[in-house]
Design a protein around this ligand. Structure first.
Ligand code: SR1
Ligand code: MG
Length: 421
């Protein structure tokens, strides 16, 4: 075995293996005093918190298989390379939005990064009924800045093409998305599972031919429209928060794809948080205020995203698309505004479609959301999930006729009162 051979870390071996790494010792202190615990609760990786005399850091290591399933599903270590490369681009494009990276070891698939404390995973906070100040604003800005600045609207063409090629190598993680999100929900795929009370609605969805076709149109958009560098897995489990601060983590699914993919997945997860709330109530209506806040936050994400995107369009559109030389420099500012409105219109329709399909896959496919999974009463869970599935379908099929977040919110409120079982 050479020094470069990959070996998974354990809490017992970490100090001995990484104790001489200056980037870690600087932040944490001498290795002799380190306390190490493994806290990974995601689907894929090992995550260690290393604490010492001077502070703490996170050591994230990819495993050569899908942690959620086990060694029977191998998964390349190079996802860690894509995560590292995405993190440094996100930091450059939206400073302060992601954890600071201290060190990357490609052979060992290790990223050493800032320990966010006292942050918790946003999904858990939402399940507990907790709020975060400025959450929608922060996430809307993150989406607009990273998605605009990773696109042909902003990057020099050679840099954009090089990055498109680089992230096209994230084949296996894209394959997970392509199957788990875009295909598995719509047939009886081997790894699927759903709450037993949903059998009827699941059969109806799988027999809905227009829905299956819509899902494949979305899949084609994901695989073929290399518009920008996506986070690629922007759900509420990929966000860490305090009561006042928001950071985005875990971009290992990063790839080039349609701008609306990240925004749609994110809003879809807020809608799932919304529909799951009745399942967490001690008495009916207890979470009504929290539900209002969740819908308001989803609306803010879109509104801030659109406003910041428009601001960046007007102030730093220096890529090869919609050049100022064609519009403003010719005295045709109106054309620029028309083009912006067209582009945002397309992103909006894409967002709704991706939002809807995310709401389906988290209930029908392999990787479920704790928002619903933590509802112990299967009957109540099925009621909440059925409403979510119904709304997901409306979003996927009706995207062209839904004009603005007010309409989305009104639809969610109406469906939350209906029985879709
Ligand atoms: C096998 S991985 C399943 C899911 O977990 C990740 O967080 C992604 O969302 C992926 O789809
Ligand atoms: Mg993740």
């Amino acid at each position: 075995m050479t020094a470069q051979d990959y070996v998974a870390l354990t809490p017992d071996t970490l100090a001995q293996r990484l104790g001489t790494l200056p980037q870690l010792a600087e932040r944490v202190g001498p290795a002799e005093g380190w306390k190490v615990r493994e806290v990974g609760d995601g689907n894929l990786n090992l995550v260690f918190i290393v604490e010492g005399a001077n502070g703490a850091a996170v050591v994230k290591q990819a495993l050569p298989y899908v942690r959620l399933v086990g060694e029977s599903w191998p998964l390349p270590l190079r996802r860690s390379f894509f995560e590292y490369n995405a993190l440094i681009r996100q930091e450059a494009r939206d400073p302060g939005s992601v954890p600071e990276v201290f060190h990357f070891d490609e052979a060992q698939a290790i990223v050493v990064m800032e320990f966010l404390q006292p942050h918790v995973i946003l999904r858990q906070a939402l399940i507990e009924g907790r709020r975060v100040a400025d959450l929608g604003e922060r996430l809307g800005l993150f989406c607009a800045r990273t998605l605009f600045r990773g696109s042909d609207l902003s990057l020099p063409a050679p840099a954009k093409k090089a990055d498109t090629a680089l992230f096209a190598g994230n084949v296996e993680l894209c394959d997970i998305t392509e199957n788990l999100i875009f295909s598995d929900p719509y047939f009886d795929a081997p790894m699927n599972r759903h709450t037993p009370g949903l059998d009827g609605i699941v059969a109806r969805l799988r027999g809905d031919l227009s829905l299956k076709v819509a899902a494949q149109h979305l899949k084609m958009a994901f695989t073929s429209r290399a518009e920008t560098l996506l986070h690629g897995d922007l759900h509420t489990g990929s966000v860490m928060v305090t009561g006042t601060e928001t950071r985005v983590i875990d971009p290992e699914f990063a790839t080039y794809g349609p701008i609306g993919f990240d925004v749609g997945m994110l809003i879809g997860n807020f809608l799932m948080a919304y529909f799951s709330q009745p399942g967490h109530e001690g008495h009916a209506g207890e979470r009504a205020g929290h539900q209002d806040w969740l819908l308001g936050t989803a609306a803010t994400i879109w509104e801030v995203f659109a406003a910041e995107f428009a601001h960046l369009w007007r102030s730093e559109r220096r890529g090869i698309l919609h050049q100022a030389s064609l519009y403003e420099d010719q005295g045709h500012a109106l054309a620029s505004e028309q083009a912006l409105s067209d582009v945002l219109g397309q992103v909006w329709r894409d967002t709704l479609g991706f939002c809807g399909i995310e709401m389906h896959r988290r209930i029908l496919s392999l990787a479920h959301n704790a928002d619903f999974e933590k509802i112990a009463d299967e009957g109540r869970r099925a009621e909440c999930e059925a409403r979510t599935l119904a709304m997901g379908r409306q979003l996927m099929l009706g995207a062209g006729a839904i004009h603005g977040m007010d309409a989305v919110i009104a639809m969610a409120r109406r469906m939350d009162k209906e029985n879709h079982l």
